[in-house]
Ligand binder design. Sequence first.
Ligand SMILES: *[C@@H]1O[C@H](CO)[C@@H](O)[C@H](O)[C@H]1NC(C)=O
Length: 470
Amino acid sequence: MAARMSLLLWCRLRFPAPGTGQTRRAPGRPRLSQVRLSCSEAAAQRAPGRQEADSKVGTRKKTFPEVQAERLEQAQRTVLINCPAKISEKKFLKYLSHHGKINSHYFYESYGTYDVVEFSEKDSITSLQDVIRTPGIEEECAVPFKSRLFTLTLKNPSTQAADQAPVHCHKQSTILVSDLVQKLCSADSVSNQLYTLMDEYQLTEENIKLRFLACSLIQEIACAYFPECRVKPFGSSVNTFGKLGCDLDMFLDLDEIGRSPTRAKTGPFYMEYQMKRVPSQRIASQRILSVIGDCIDNFGPGCVGVQKILNARCPLVRFSHQPTGFQCDLTTNNRVAMRSSELLYIYGSLDSRVRALVFSVRCWARVHGITSTIPGPWITNFSLTMMALFFLQKRTPPIIPTLDQLKDLADAEDKHIVEGHDCTFASNLNKIKPTENTETLDVLLSDFFEYFGNFAFNKNSINIRKVNAF
Ligand SMILES: *[C@@H]1O[C@H](CO)[C@@H](O)[C@H](O)[C@H]1NC(C)=O
């Protein structure tokens, strides 16, 4: 029988929203359910090439800290240049390569055209900075802070740009729902539709690089106070579940400063730094973020709309980074969030069905107004993700391991206790045995709705640590 499935089916399932037991829908939003999608028996097939990507034999999968370290280092060798849309790419690159080898570059648009240029050596940036002018001070006075964010102009715009076509820009946002629907219609199965959805929504390689670059630019500012600090992205920017256009969560990491020296000093004395003492970690975070927030506000090129939200449960500085187009939330002392980003990264990297299911469920929930960007008693994307993970842990055979199983695989260096919480789990993806479950995504999605549609929310809870313990 040719399975004919429509996304209309999706809306039959209702999540009890706390308090009301009703499904809500924001008015005026496009309903994906209006689109009927057909599929054939071929639904059972997964997109070609995915199997390959999953079972990369021989190539060791990198751990989350390895990927982070690599990308942070790469960002340090990268500059961001605002340039005219019509420019000779060849001449431009030639001009820049006087300062060293360029590894890669790409253009994108955000309040103008920008080029992200990654040099092969960090020294190239110093060499480039040596020849860059500071802006004239005819009308406005510039705050003399030199960053890796530059503006390039043409000496003779009329002749230099005349016969140039605009440069090719990489997109940094998701496609329109109407275009998405077009694409979904040409997929040959529901499974492939779900993979297409994920492919369109997930962060691109360029967008991830840009997120690390934005952090690296903010790190330069924070370094004015704390030269050894690191600013790292966390949350959806790095956990493999982010959608193009999502906010950028930044973590100001001051732990390097507190690290004990590796060379143990012998002799009859102890020496330690004199440091200002404050009554609590929270107060320390508030004070640090307060000055860094002022610094970003006063001196950060391209940083606008800076808000210090220091009384929140987790104090933060919110701002918009115009050159990259990211809405940023900077926090500090947020280790648990860093660990949960890594945990999601692990689950997302284990099997391609994990992310595809999560993207689909989140998109479905968004379209039906079950989640909302307005704060309120809605279920969140995070909760939906936990539900999907729990569901995948409960399949026979399981598609992903429980958190306790990941803890059993942990090494000594994986041990993490954060504020009394045991956040220990194996970092090494290669230690985790691939699943033997071969269920297809369409089956998983429909069973997901079936499962939670009949879930006794009043009696049971979900727990991704131990699947059997209700
Ligand atoms: C949740 O996920 C959906 C789909 O990925 C996304 O459109 C939405 O912006 C996310 N956040 C909220 C608060 O709904």
